[in-house]
Design a protein around this ligand. Structure first.
Ligand SMILES: Nc1ncnc2c1ncn2[C@@H]1O[C@H](COP(=O)(O)OP(=O)(O)O)[C@@H](O)[C@H]1O
Ligand SMILES: CC(=O)N[C@@H](CCC(=O)OP(=O)(O)O)C(=O)O
Length: 308
């Protein structure tokens, strides 16, 4: 045997650890293959360009790994900044933006014309994958006027919508074509010819349930649901739907639509709903392909113990 072939058999394969990392993902790849994952990217998690680019990489990775990712995006801080420029003061009631007719135009401009376009652009740096739409398109999200109850009274908060119907046709067609739908949380109106502003967590949860998604993943700017916020940063790692239901009345601010959404999703057939820290680079991959599940996971009561 020549010296050169001998050295070939003993050559150190420096890339071997990479192969091991890839093969460790095999059980997760098998489990999630062909499954729909709805990922909500919150405006507060879009804190810098690197994170947004890593988010896009993760979503494209999921798509190439055989999953069917659907992105629903928020943009609360971006809307507030734009309203400020227009001299419109932002006000929230029951965790929802009071949306006048003028504010609605700005909301639509920012979500559909700015945030959605940016995410579509980032995803499409990896190929002709992402297609942006709003709930208005092809009747994807229909809503009626939402009047939340505050201290026992119905309150008018303007053009804020309560979802009455989801038509998954356009999203299903895009998924079947191998595309990544990127959905802005604006609904067509059931009542008139205008549109409604819908909280993006609520829209993502409703879409996840209607699509029969396996997972709803909500990326935000905290590690998950804190047990005793704001007094402690102890994260609740796992909750059943019933446990969450009991906890809901105690929750405040941005966590209300998120956790109501998670509950709606798992009660609507989604296997797991997770709130995870969007400030951690590649948090989506960590969550889907490793044991190191981070954040808060909500599971249906009957699946307690077997969802991962
Ligand atoms: N129990 C809780 N655990 C974690 N965060 C909470 C809790 N209650 C309220 N919050 C607040 O909710 C915020 C996340 O909601 P929100 O600001 O709407 O984010 P996003 O733009 O991602 O939708 C957190 O930054 C935190 O200030
Ligand atoms: C009715 C309502 O409150 N709509 C939200 C829609 C955007 C959103 O939900 O963005 P985040 O996910 O970043 O919070 C708003 O106007 O801020």
């Amino acid at each position: 045997m020549s010296d050169s072939s001998k050295s070939g058999t003993t050559r150190k394969h420096t890339a071997l650890p990479k192969a091991q990392i890839l093969i460790e993902a095999l059980p997760w790849l098998t489990r999630h293959h062909g499954k729909t994952v709805v990922i909500k990217f919150g405006g507060n998690a879009m804190v810098n360009e690197d994170l947004k680019a890593a988010f896009a990489q993760d979503v494209v990775f999921l798509r190439h790994a055989g999953l069917r990712p659907v992105v629903v995006h928020g943009g609360g801080p971006q809307i507030s900044a734009a309203l400020d420029k227009h001299g419109i003061v932002s006000e929230f009631k029951a965790g929802l933006r009071v949306t006048t007719e003028d504010a609605m135009d700005v909301v639509r401009m920012v979500l559909a014309g700015q945030v959605q376009r940016e995410l579509v652009g980032l995803l499409n740096q990896h190929g002709p994958l992402a297609v942006g739409l709003t709930g208005e398109d092809a009747h994807t999200i229909t809503a009626t006027k939402h009047q939340p109850e505050i201290d026992g009274e119905r309150v008018d908060i303007g053009r804020v919508g309560e979802i009455t119907d989801i038509d998954t046709g356009a999203i299903e067609a895009l998924l079947a074509d191998g595309r990544i739908p990127v959905v802005s949380s604006i609904a067509r109106s059931q009542d008139d010819h205008h549109v409604y502003n819908v909280n993006a967590d609520t829209a993502a949860a409703a879409l996840a349930a209607a699509l029969g998604a396996e997972t709803l993943m909500v990326l935000t700017d905290v590690e998950g649901l804190y047990e005793d916020w704001p007094n402690s940063d102890e994260v609740i790692s796992r909750l059943t739907a019933s446990q969450l239901e009991r906890l809901l009345p105690e929750l405040s601010a941005g966590m209300v639509p998120k956790m109501e959404g998670c509950l709606h999703a798992v009660r609507g057939g989604v296997t797991t709903a997770r709130v995870i820290d969007g400030r951690v680079q590649h948090s989506i991959l960590l969550e889907i392909f490793t044991d190191e599940g981070i954040g808060t996971m909500v599971v249906p009561d009957e699946h307690e113990g077997d969802a991962q």
